[in-house]
Design a protein around this ligand. Structure first.
Ligand code: ADP
Length: 375
């Protein structure tokens, strides 16, 4: 039986393990927190720091295949593991480009992939010198996640909100829609594409509000999004699952925002809504099986369960039973003991042929369920 490791034990690891249960694979997870969402679903749980060279090397050296559920892993250890013959998905070379937002933007530019214009800044003083570049978005080169490490700088008074360390300053795009395209790349570079997804953001928390799949796009935007996403993954030259986040602007131009070299939040609906989910697909890739079918069974919406403002402590899911009474609604709770304001605690998938019904139920669910703490 193949031995497969996952670096990181969050909800993505948890959902990967739910799919792994269908295949002949022995699973290993490494993460600092022994109570993390993936800890109890794997065969072997190892406490360790995914950013530490020795921890990652020791974890991976006896495995056949290894994947990540977060980009902030020790890259040098992955490179060494690849040299030792461990199959790493994505390939460390692709992760190296993606991990650093500067390298990522430079890669798009070098490959002729449309992405907003940018400048590299090493501190606030650089920002002052580039006032004429505003409105723009300032992004930390390393370590940003879930909207942290991203600041919108609309006017020169906003410059003090920028980062006083290595970062990239991108021209602000007039976004009409944020789209994600998930692509699976097999061992022999064969690819399959999931239908594009509409992502609707909560501007205040900078977290996903809800998403719809397939995205409702003019044909022209749809084809551009697919073609651009496909070029990104082909140029990264790595097997694995990739989520390409794109912006469609007011003139129907399509720009790459960023790429995740792993299973992604924008693909959770594929568990129920598509024949082969993104999680199933990654196992097919890692086990070197044929790729699965990405077609959708029914259109879907997703609502994220986010920790309520003002609540920290043991999580309680108020309104859960009311949601469970609804038809064609699927609840995923990630098993995090404690809630915090803005923390991702779960998601709910809705299936329907009717777009209106998807939107109606998504709103109903958003107003019904709350993640709070009774403490
Ligand atoms: P993260 O990786 O933390 O999610 P993103 O790079 O996706 O960060 O940026 C977070 C959000 O900021 C995006 O979803 C988008 O709404 C906004 N944003 C990012 N880059 C730009 C840009 N160049 N123009 C306009 N808005 C942007």
């Amino acid at each position: 039986m193949k031995k497969a490791g996952i670096l990181g034990g969050g909800q993505l690891g948890r959902m990967l393990l739910q799919s792994a249960a269908n295949y002949p694979v022995e699973t290993f997870v490494m993460e600092n927190d022994p109570f993390c969402p993936a800890a109890h679903l794997c065969k072997h749980f190892i406490v360790g720091d995914i950013r530490n060279y020795d921890d990652v090397l020791n974890f991976g050296k006896d495995l056949d295949v290894l994947t990540i559920e977060i980009e902030s892993v020790n890259l040098e250890a992955l490179e060494e593991l690849e040299r030792l013959g461990v199959k790493v998905y994505p390939r460390p070379e692709a992760l190296r480009i993606i991990k650093n937002k500067i390298l990522q933007k430079q890669f798009y530019k070098a490959q002729g992939i449309p992405t907003s214009d940018f400048i590299i800044t090493s501190g606030l003083r650089d920002l002052e010198a580039h006032q004429s570049f505003l409105p723009a978005v300032h992004k930390l080169a390393l370590g940003g996640y879930d909207g942290k490490g991203v600041e919108l700088l609309r006017k020169k008074e906003d410059i003090s909100k920028g980062f006083d360390e290595l970062a990239v300053l991108e021209k602000m795009v007039d976004i009409k829609k944020e789209i994600a395209v998930i692509i699976a790349v097999g061992e022999n570079c064969e690819t399959v594409i999931y239908p594009p997804v509409d992502m609707v953001f909560d501007q205040r928390l900078n977290l996903l509000n809800y998403q719809l799949s397939p995205a409702d796009l003019p044909d022209k935007v749809f084809w551009k999004a697919e073609a651009i996403a496909l070029k990104v993954v082909k140029d990264l030259k790595s097997p694995g699952i990739f989520a390409v986040e794109l912006f469609a602007d007011l003139d129907d131009n399509v720009w790459v925002n960023e790429t995740a070299p792993r299973v992604h939040n924008s693909g959770h609906h594929t568990i129920e809504a598509n024949y082969s989910s993104q999680f199933d697909m990654l196992w097919r890739i890692m086990m070197q099986y044929p790729l699965g079918n990405t077609d959708h069974i029914l259109p879907a919406a997703i609502v994220n369960l986010i920790g309520e403002k003002g609540h920290s402590g043991p999580a309680v899911y108020e309104g859960l039973e009311t949601v469970l009474e609804m038809d064609n609604v699927f609840v995923h709770i990630y098993g995090k003991e404690n809630t915090r304001p803005g923390r991702k605690m779960g998601h709910i998938t809705i299936l329907s042929n009717e777009r209106q019904e998807l939107l109606h139920k998504a709103n109903q669910i958003r107003h019904t369920i709350r993640v709070i703490s009774k403490d």
